[in-house]
Structures are given as structure tokens and as C-alpha cells.
Ligand binder design. Structure first.
Ligand SMILES: *[C@@H]1O[C@H](CO)[C@@H](O)[C@H](O)[C@H]1NC(C)=O
Length: 210
């Protein structure tokens, strides 16, 4: 009885450590601890407006040239993300930048799938072209590439903007943003209808009152 209780307790403890604690330890990656070892470029020019679900973005990356040989020994894959520019984060807690990458909400949209890191071509510019997803809302963005190791842990990065995130930002016009002009047209049309009806009503009353 006691031994079976003990074995259950041990199993629960092992389960807790394996399933809950170890991922938490893994998850504690601070953005400030990552070296900016990639050069990343995005095709949109500063201030360009791209339409979600239609326009394409080409992202290129390469390893910086002045790094120690073998710095990329553990580099396994590259994950490219669309990230909110600071002006689109103001008063929006759900887009907030946090140093702890598990809690960071800056980069919520993937640019394509994860890509294999090719160490033989690290110094050659690699490219991917991607149509901006329909889910991307109207906002200012930049592109960030994370380097992952074989455990999927982020170990380096590069981004298309500077550290202050105020250069090379581009704008995406979301699907709902585009519907707004349609909504404005509908509202104007309704207002016009209401005015005409009121006009007809008044004219009709005057005619009857004569
Ligand atoms: C984006 O790329 C797709 C697929 O290559 C292409 O069909 C589409 O015309 C491109 N869109 C624009 C706006 O260039």
C-alpha cells in the first residue's frame, strides 16, 4: 500500500519535472541575451504600404562576416517573423515587447515555415518570398529572423530595423482596414437615404397641409 503510494508520488513528481519544469527552464530566453549575428533585409522600402493577403515580401539574410569561425556551429534553422513597430504597440498590451521571449508579443506572424540554416552558404545571401498573410492587421512592421538550435531554442537573431526600431519600417494594410472605406461608403449612403426620406416626408406633409 505504502509502496504503491510512493510509486504514484514518484511518477507524479517525474511527470511534473519532465512536463512542466523543464520547458519553463528552456523558455527563459531573454532577447537581450541573443547576439545579433544575422544581417536581415526586407524588400519593402521605408513607409511602403503593403496589402495583407495580396502583396509579397522578400526577406534576405546572411551571417555577419566579422564573426569568429564556427560561431554558427549550433545553428539549425531560421524562423522569420513580422514584428510590430513601436508606434503600433502604444496602448496595446497584446503587442507589448518583453525581454523574456516566451512573453514577448512583438513578433506574432510567421513569414513562411522554418527554414534550414545552411552553414556552407552562411555568407551567401539567402532569400524567401512570402505573401503577407490575411491575418496580419493594419500596423507598422519590421522583420526579425531568429536562429534556432536543434532543440528549437532561440540562440541568435537579425532584424531589418535598427535597435531603436525606427528605421525601415513598413506598413501593412489589413483586410479589415480596407473594408473601412466600404463601411464609410455604406454609412454615407444610409445618411443620404435618410435625408431624402425626411425630405420627401416634409414635402408630402406640406402638400397635404395646403
Ligand atoms: C505574390 O506572389 C504570388 C505567388 O508567387 C503571385 O501569384 C502574386 O501575383 C504576387 N503578388 C503581387 C502583388 O505581386
Amino acid at each position: 500500500m505504502y509502496s504503491s503510494f510512493l510509486s504514484v508520488a514518484v511518477s507524479v513528481a517525474v511527470f511534473a519535472v519532465v512536463c512542466c519544469v523543464s520547458p519553463l527552464v528552456d523558455a527563459e530566453v531573454m532577447f537581450s541575451s541573443l547576439p545579433e549575428n544575422l544581417i536581415v533585409d526586407a524588400s519593402p522600402i521605408q513607409g511602403q504600404v503593403l496589402k495583407a493577403g495580396e502583396d509579397n515580401i522578400t526577406v534576405s539574410w546572411m551571417l555577419k562576416t566579422n564573426l569568429a569561425p564556427g560561431v554558427d556551429a549550433k545553428y539549425q534553422s531560421i524562423k522569420i517573423k513580422l514584428c510590430y513597430g513601436p508606434s503600433s504597440q502604444v496602448d496595446r498590451g497584446w503587442r507589448k515587447t518583453r525581454d523574456n521571449l516566451k512573453k514577448d508579443k512583438t513578433c506574432q506572424f510567421n513569414v513562411g515555415e522554418s527554414l534550414i540554416y545552411n552553414s556552407n552558404a552562411a555568407q551567401m545571401e539567402q532569400r524567401v518570398t512570402y505573401t503577407i498573410s490575411r491575418e496580419v492587421p493594419t500596423a507598422m512592421f519590421f522583420v526579425r529572423a531568429y536562429v534556432l538550435d536543434s532543440n528549437g531554442k532561440k540562440i541568435a537573431y537579425g532584424q531589418s530595423t535598427n535597435a531603436e526600431k525606427n528605421t525601415n519600417l513598413f506598413e501593412v494594410e489589413g483586410i479589415t482596414g480596407r473594408n473601412t472605406s466600404l463601411n464609410i461608403a455604406a454609412t454615407c449612403f444610409s445618411a443620404f437615404s435618410l435625408m431624402s426620406m425626411t425630405g420627401f416626408y416634409i414635402a408630402d406633409r406640406r402638400r397635404k397641409n395646403k
